[in-house]
Design a protein around this ligand. Structure first.
Ligand SMILES: *Cc1c(COP(=O)(O)O)cnc(C)c1O
Length: 379
């Protein structure tokens, strides 16, 4: 089955009891048993819920995995991965990371004795010198948030496989429409479904997708034992959003490419971060491992003035100044004070994230209106 067909059909069947074409919202916590322990595969909705099962199977197919696991939020999905580690284990992670992931690692799991090293990761060569006997997991995002740096997934996966380590890839920015980390050798794909996957800024949810049976068993145990599972209504909303992921992503990518090129030529714009631009570090790797370059664009002003960058963000009218990304509406974010405020300024600057950086999530509005809005705001 091709990707567009999978979005609409994988794991999805008309409801056997009624013929309902759309997946019903099984708003129930419990399930009748005909005799103690005799049931239809469902006992309690923390463990399994039929609406969630359909979504999990759909996600597994989209990511070329075997198993999908859904969690209440993206961070709850990441949290579940941390819970299969033990005190003393070490995680090597990208230094350019979603702020909440960094906060979870450093403010919660360091307290439980898990060690983290944050590295600028592009290929296996950036990881190998830092491996130790305690290293168990490598955690990367690509494209990264908000600098849109690219990690060569196949290169890092070759190293982690040879050393018996797990590689987890946060695929939130790319979505399976653009890349499938599991086919490039990763062990775990993580998603904030809140973003492009659900796509309408009306639900928060996360997921993990894996191929390996034993890894799935460990994560499914955590999913049930820790209980950060989503409700059936939210699963329904994500399933509905996913049906149009391909057409949405095509337009997100097309408009983002056009805006990135336009910003690049704008006399008042300094640096433009977009993997589709030829000068972008990692452009060649992005071109080979992704089907297109995504809907996120970051930029700075030439004068690098924070008050002026703030003015641009205040002046935007079609772009809404808000956290998050990946919805049908265009959003503008100031990473330093919003999504990445939980990373200390010193750490941010060491990683190349300036306080003057503006991040855009390019939505599905008419490109002329988006361009005019930016032109007016930049002045
Ligand atoms: C939003 C986001 C997360 C966290 O997901 P939530 O659904 O907000 O918990 C993780 N990684 C990336 C790249 C994100 O954009």
């Amino acid at each position: 089955m091709k990707f567009a067909t999978k979005l609409i059909h994988a794991g999805i069947h008309p409801d056997p009891s009624t013929g309902a074409v759309m997946t019903p919202i099984f708003q129930t916590s419990t399930y009748a048993q005909s005799s103690p322990g005799v049931h239809k595969g469902y006992e309690y909705s923390r463990t399994h819920n039929p609406t969630r099962t359909v979504l999990q199977e759909n996600l597994a197919a989209l990511e070329e995995g075997k198993y999908g696991l859904c969690y209440a939020t993206g961070l709850a999905a990441t949290d579940a991965v941390m819970k299969i580690l033990k005190p003393g284990d070490e995680v090597l992670a990208s230094s350019d990371l979603y702020g909440g992931t960094y906060r979870l690692f450093t403010k919660i799991y360091e307290n439980f004795g898990i060690k983290f090293k944050f590295l600028k990761i592009q290929t296996a060569a950036d990881v190998e010198p830092h491996l130790s006997a305690a290293t168990k997991l490598v955690w990367v995002e690509t494209p990264t948030n908000p600098l849109l740096r690219i990690v060569d997934i196949a290169s890092v996966a070759e190293l982690t496989k040879s050393k018996g380590l797990l590689l987890a890839v946060d695929n939130t920015f790319a979505t399976p429409f653009l890349q499938n980390p599991l086919t490039l050798g990763a062990d775990i794909v993580m998603h904030s479904l809140t973003k492009y996957m659900a796509g309408h800024s009306d639900v928060v949810m996360g997921a993990l997708i894996v191929k390996d049976d034993e890894l799935h068993q460990k994560l499914a145990f955590v999913q049930n034992a820790s209980g950060a599972t989503p409700g059936p209504m939210d699963c329904f909303l994500v399933l509905r959003g996913l049906k149009t992921l391909h057409v949405r992503m095509e337009r997100h990518c097309k408009s983002a490419r056009e805006l990135a090129n336009w910003l690049y030529r704008h006399p008042k714009v300094g640096h433009v971060y977009y993997p589709g631009l030829e000068h972008h570090v990692g452009h060649a790797v992005a071109a080979s491992q992704m089907n297109d370059f995504g809907g996120m664009v970051s930029f700075t002003l030439k004068n690098d003035s924070l008050p002026e960058a703030v003015k641009v963000m205040e002046n935007l009218k079609v772009f809404t100044l808000a956290e998050s990304l990946g919805g049908v509406e265009s959003l503008c974010t100031h990473p330093a004070s919003m999504t990445h405020a939980s990373i200390p300024k010193e750490e941010r600057e060491k990683n190349g994230l300036k306080d003057t950086l503006i991040r855009l999530s390019v939505g599905l509005e008419d490109i002329d209106d988006l361009k005019e809005d930016l032109a007016n705001a930049i002045g």
